[in-house]
Design a protein around this ligand. Sequence first.
Ligand code: MD3
Ligand code: FE
Length: 226
Amino acid sequence: MRSKTDPGATADLFADEALQQPPGREQIGEQSYVLRGYALPWVERLLPELRRVLAQSPFRQMVTPGGFTMSAALSSCGELGWTTDPTGYRYSAIDPNNQQPWPPMPEALRQLAVMAAADAGFEDFEPDACLINRYVPGAKMSLHQDKNERRYAAPVVSVSLGLPAIFLFGGHERSDTAQKVSLFHGDVVVWGGVDRLRFHGVMPIKPGTHPVMGPQRINLTFRTAG
Ligand code: MD3
Ligand code: FE
């Protein structure tokens, strides 16, 4: 080990960091990483599972407590799913559309999320909720914080499928300028630690048709909500 007084220490610090960042991993925050193309080898296994989940709990457009219909449509799988009603947003074990539990989280989805979290430095991720957002061209998600999860120590893992999106990654205040990060089919992003409560959103999806997913973007976000 070198000491801080070693004149080579600074250069080597950067060299070590470079070695810890395999190509394809981009750091976008202190504890946030884009894993480019990470989900690509999983897509063929994910899509039939996703189809099963959506047959049981189809996409629906939610109305915010303020009365606005969200442009992204939403479903969930796992022990907990995301719902809105006139009293507010919350996680629920029951899908209000059919009064049944949400579909179980398919094992392939869970494994992908746990592996991605570990590769980004978050061991022992135990997701109990997977939110599934569907964006058609023009759909967006305004800047917001995700604050309804019980514990913020756990990271959030997101998987992007289909049309590209420009992700907005802001700061801890709504007014902080947001950096723009392009997300493509197969990209996985892991957010955790000090970045967990940063404002974020998605710019309106540009018109197009993805060769595998068609004219849409689907985003899976895995969380420990309960
Ligand atoms: C960053 N979804 O569902 S990825 C959401 O692409 C959501 O569908 C976006 O924001 C999408 O809430 C963005 C997921 C994401 C989720 C939670 C985060 C990014 C995050 C929490 C902190 C920082
Ligand atoms: Fe969010």
